[in-house]
Design a protein around this ligand. Structure first.
Ligand code: GTP
Ligand code: MG
Length: 555
């Protein structure tokens, strides 16, 4: 260890990498037997793990710009296809539906919100999906979140079907949409490309059958298989606490199956499956590959996007949950995009931010307006607060997502974040500040704003030196033998060479010595040798001013 420059005490811990470098020198082999989430999860799996795979329904995510008719489209699909009586009057909470299209034909649809704040949900949707349907309103055309949805689908490398909706509208222009889509390399089959464009009108069901045919066609090419005989695994679509039911998580089974009574871990939450509901709200005993299912019985609320695994035993489910918690705590120390008030100072200095985006949540609407008004009045030429969203209510996960997308922070007045929001904020490094006194809030912002001003730089004089002798030292160049007349000079100082009252050179200290030794600092009344970096033309009688540049806070 010493040879490798590692300073360590007898009782210190060493990391795996270091150990595996040292041990072979003593003819030992090192194995890492530390349990990771990955190895634990492998151990947790059970059932017929090697059973041959059978075909599973395609998972189709519907994405697009806000109000272009995604939900209407899904409604239309369910209305025309769900067996009569099943759909009647049941409120759908979840954004995932399994639609039966024939005897053995099923498709799982995932609805996503089109609002710009829900980037993460679109990203998540694209990542669990086999096919993406991009919905574009024929009378509106390609919009920002259409574009974003296309990017997500492309990033996930899934086939894209374009549903051109609202074809019943007077301004509808199918060809125009096809034209616009060419910009994103989505060229329709009629025009020599490979992308299917389906004209539909969710409002009257027109074109829906053809769209579903297309989905099936594309799905069949994908050869979608899964092994229903193994323990289930998949993704949490959403999760919340419901009155009288506890933690309710909507899961999408990607492989294997889940049964009531089994143990399960979802993200950092675990528990025993107490009951399950299918997408129609009916109780069910078993969920198969590609099924969306509501699960009751988790001890805490997992986060949307978390992975879930059915586990052999409760203890292993618990262990995985705890391991995740542990690993997360390790990473919390280095949040990736933290934008706390304090951090803003640093960020602005590097010129990244000139605007502080904030999401404001308040207990009553009037307060939000008042705070907004006051924030607008806090003046600064260089920076301002930008309220991206202001609403009444507790701080929720969607506020955190919004702040994350905006790269800003959240201010709560007389409101608190819920558990999911705190966790997500911690994970994504989003600052949540809560206040109950308005002026404290304003004061904090003002302070941060001062930090946000580009720092004022000031020269701070350190001292003066008189050059009394000149030496030429091999390898070091010209060294000025100096006497410090006042103040001091240090190794990191900046210097100004003054001859007859005129500055002849400005630069940095290249070397600083007392006799033969390097010195960090030399004070007044002492002699020293000073080398000026990249400068050799020093003369006896010159004066060296030593100084440094400091940042000063704005008054
Ligand atoms: P978000 O989930 O908020 O992103 O919206 P969405 O894409 O799910 O849109 P939604 O289905 O809520 O529809 C938005 C509006 O468009 C509603 O008023 C629908 O009635 C209307 N709409 C949807 N499809 C059609 C259509 O085919 N024709 C006409 N004329 N209106 C439609
Ligand atoms: Mg919708």
């Amino acid at each position: 260890l010493v040879k490798n420059g590692v300073q360590i005490k007898m009782t210190d811990e060493m990391d795996f990498d270091t150990v595996s470098l040292i041990a072979p020198e003593f003819n030992y082999e090192v194995q890492n037997v530390e349990k990771t989430v990955e190895t634990l999860t492998k151990d947790a799996a059970f059932g017929d793990l090697d059973a041959s795979k059978v075909s599973r329904p395609p998972i189709v995510t519907v994405m697009g710009h806000v109000d272009h008719g995604k939900t209407s489209l899904l409604d239309a699909i369910r209305k025309t296809n769900v067996v009569k009586g099943e759909a009647g009057g049941i409120t759908q909470h979840i954004g995932a539906y399994s639609v039966k299209l024939g005897k053995d034909k099923r498709i799982t649809f995932i609805d996503t919100p089109g609002h710009q704040a829900f980037t993460q949900m679109r990203a998540r949707g694209a990542n669990v999906t086999d096919i993406a349907i991009i919905v574009v309103a024929a009378d509106d055309g390609v919009m920002p979140q259409t574009e974003e949805a296309i990017s997500h689908a492309k990033a996930a490398e899934v086939p894209i079907i374009v549903a051109v909706n609202k074809m019943d509208r007077p301004g509808a222009n199918f060809d125009k949409i096809k034209q616009q889509m060419m910009e994103y390399e989505l060229v329709s089959e009629e025009w020599g490309g490979t992308t299917i464009f389906a004209p539909v009108a969710a409002i009257n069901g027109e074109g829906i059958e053809d769209l579903l045919e297309s989905v099936y066609l594309v799905a069949e090419m994908g050869e979608l298989n899964a092994n229903p005989k193994r323990s289930g695994t998949g993704i949490v679509i959403e999760a919340e606490v419901k009155k009288g039911r506890g933690n309710v998580a909507t899961l999408l089974v990607q492989d294997g199956s889940i049964e009531v009574g089994q143990y399960i871990v979802a993200g950092k939450s675990y528990g025993r499956v107490r009951a399950m509901m299918n997408d129609l709200g009916q109780k069910t005993k078993k969920a198969m590959p590609s099924d969306p299912v509501e699960v009751l019985g988790l001890e805490t609320t997992p986060l949307a996007g978390d992975r879930f695994d059915v586990c052999k035993t409760e203890s292993i489910a618990k262990e995985i949950a705890e391991k995740r918690e542990e690993e997360e705590n390790k990473t919390i120390e280095t949040p990736n995009s933290s934008m706390s008030l304090e951090d803003l100072f640093a960020n602005v200095k590097t010129g990244d931010v000139k605007e502080l985006p904030v999401v404001i949540k308040t207990d009553v609407a009037g307060t939000g307006e008042a705070i907004k008004g006051m924030l607008d009045k806090i003046h600064s030429d260089e920076v301002k607060v930008k309220v991206v969203h202001s609403a009444v209510g507790g701080i929720s996960e969607s506020d955190v997502l919004l702040a994350n997308t905006a790269n800003g922070m959240i201010i709560g007045f007389n409101v608190r974040p819920d558990g999911g929001a705190s966790r997500l904020a911690k994970q994504s490094g989003i600052e949540i500040k809560t206040y109950s006194v308005v002026y404290e809030l304003i004061e904090d912002i003002e302070k941060a704003m001062k930090g946000m001003l580009a720092p004022k730089l000031e020269e701070k004089s350190l001292g003066h030196l008189e050059v009394r002798e000149i030496f030429s030292v091999p390898k070091m160049g010209v060294i000025a033998g100096c006497f410090v007349t006042d103040g001091k000079i240090n190794r990191n100082a900046l210097v100004r060479l003054v001859r007859d009252g005129r500055t002849v050179y400005e630069g940095k200290v290249g070397s600083l010595r007392r006799f033969k030794d390097d010195a960090k600092e030399v004070a007044s009344g002492y002699e020293c040798g000073v080398g000026i970096e990249n400068y050799n033309d020093v003369k006896v009688g010159d004066v060296i001013e030593s100084y440094e540049i400091v940042e000063v806070a704005h008054a």
